[in-house]
Design a protein. Structure first.
Length: 161
């Protein structure tokens, strides 16, 4: 398994298809990390749509979205499912941020979080506005996740620096 990228270094670039549902309308687009410079981004890798812990995690980020937006940050949630699954999941739980499809786990491998072909480890990466990885939380088992408040503390540190 590849090593997770080091903090303080440029985050691995990628482009993935994604879907966001706002006001009942689904919009598909490609999301490229290098094209997102100028705003921090929280990359929340999660194992699967409509699973109990993943649902709890993404719903907690939805209810705490101001913890991210107050620092000008965007949230991108990434998992191996396709766009149709992501759209259904976003609609069911009113998830307001893009859900990106890493169907071949290529990006998950770049970030060193795959589980030997059996999916990915739940992980959160904070990338600053210049594309530098500033913080990471990678789980071993995947039953826990950092809270919106814990992530916002990392975003606050970016603005203080």
């Amino acid at each position: 398994m590849a090593k997770t990228p080091d903090t303080g270094r440029t985050a691995p670039d990628f482009t993935l298809p994604g879907v966001v549902v706002r006001d009942g309308e689904a919009a598909e687009a490609d999301y490229s990390l290098s094209a997102h410079r100028g705003r921090p981004v929280v990359l929340a890798f999660y194992p699967g749509d409509n699973t109990s812990v993943c649902t709890k995690q993404l719903c907690s980020y939805t209810s705490g979205l101001e913890n991210f937006t107050n620092f000008g940050a965007d949230v991108w949630a990434i998992s191996p499912q396709g766009l149709a699954s992501h759209e259904q999941f976003a609609r069911k739980y009113d998830l307001p941020f893009p859900l990106l499809a890493d169907e071949g786990l290529k990006v998950s491998r770049q970030y060193g979080i795959t589980l030997g072909g059996a999916g990915l480890r739940r992980s959160v990466f904070v990338v600053d506005a210049d594309g530098i990885l500033r913080w990471k939380h990678v789980t071993l088992v995947g039953l826990t996740f950092p809270s919106a408040e814990a992530i916002s503390a990392q975003l606050a540190a970016l603005t203080a620096a």
